[in-house]
Design a protein around this ligand. Structure first.
Ligand SMILES: NC(=O)c1ccc[n+]([C@@H]2O[C@H](COP(=O)([O-])OP(=O)(O)OC[C@H]3O[C@@H](n4cnc5c(N)ncnc54)[C@H](O)[C@@H]3O)[C@@H](O)[C@H]2O)c1
Length: 269
């Protein structure tokens, strides 16, 4: 998707920008001529990502989304380097997989802090600049676990359900300022950092080979394949397209139909 003929290139902050979906979204924005701060807590990954992107329009920033000072500093860097900000993508995230009884208080706090509080802090800090731009966009990355309760990832589910609520509440509050706020809710993608961690956990706990696990997850999806990073990036870029300025408060499932459709009961082979 390319920006409209007369559209100004975007000035974006992408959290979790050093890896996975965040990196893919940053890459697509750069390809459209945007200026993009790729912001991540992992300095090493950030350097690798900047080298890979190899663009003078990419601004690598060390950021911890759980720290209000770190978030404000990142937004300030965008303001001083780009002269403003009109796009925020919240992709930073962590997961903790464990049964209820084994979830420690710190594990719980870490997931809620990164996955929910982090989104709030970034939206709050960026909002004045997004409002000022007159064309602000926020895209949050939720999950299928934003819509369905899923065992073994209780804290992650709680945080990701919260991200949808936060998306809708902020969409309402920021609408008068022409800032749209939407959420992309992906099903599992095994090739990102988090996806690899989840796959490794399944390999250890189910005792199956990676290809068997991937075949089983694909078989459970109506479109009969696993999602790719490109599927998720394309959905985020759809919300960021100039022509999507009338869409707000949407939590879009990118899941091959998993949460929306089913065969007629009793007819599935
Ligand atoms: N991969 C999947 O299966 C999947 C499915 C649904 C939703 N998601 C969501 O997609 C988003 C991106 O995940 P991904 O799959 O690309 O994984 P990823 O691990 O490749 O990317 C997440 C990035 O977030 C960064 N991060 C973690 N804590 C941070 C913090 N405190 N401050 C700043 N950055 C921090 C990590 O360093 C990492 O680079 C996450 O919000 C995740 O919950 C992933």
């Amino acid at each position: 998707m390319t920006p409209g003929k007369n559209a100004q290139p975007r000035r974006a902050l992408v959290t979790g920008g050093a890896s996975g979906f965040g990196l893919g979204i940053a890459q697509s924005l750069l390809a459209q001529g945007a200026q993009v701060a790729i912001a991540d807590i992992q300095a090493g990954r950030l350097q690798e990502a900047a080298q890979r992107l190899n663009s003078t329009n990419a601004l690598p920033l060390e950021l911890d989304v759980t720290s209000v000072d770190s978030v404000r500093a990142a937004v300030e860097s965008c303001k001083s380097t780009f002269g403003g900000l009109d796009t925020l993508v919240n992709s930073a995230g962590v997961i903790h997989i464990a049964p209820l009884a084994a979830i420690g208080e710190r594990d719980w706090d870490r997931v809620i802090d990164v996955d929910l509080k982090g989104v709030f802090l970034c939206c709050q800090a960026a909002a004045p600049l997004l409002c000022k731009s007159g064309r602000g966009r926020i895209v949050n990355i939720g999950s299928d676990a934003s819509k369905l309760g899923c065992g073994m990832i209780v804290s992650y589910c709680a945080a990701k359900f919260g991200v949808v609520g936060l998306t809708k509440a902020l969409a309402a509050e920021l609408a008068p300022h022409q800032v749209t706020v939407n959420c992309v809710c992906p099903v599992g993608v095994s090739t990102t950092g988090m996806g690899q961690d989840v796959l490794s956990w399944k390999i250890r706990n189910v005792g199956a080979k990676p290809e068997e696990i991937l075949a089983a997850t694909a078989a459970g999806i109506p479109l009969q394949r696993n999602a790719t990073t490109a599927d998720i990036v394309n959905a985020a870029m759809f919300f960021l397209a100039e022509g999507s300025s009338f869409l707000t408060g949407v939590a879009l499932d990118v899941d091959g139909g998993l949460l929306s459709i089913m065969p007629m009961p009793g007819t599935a082979q």
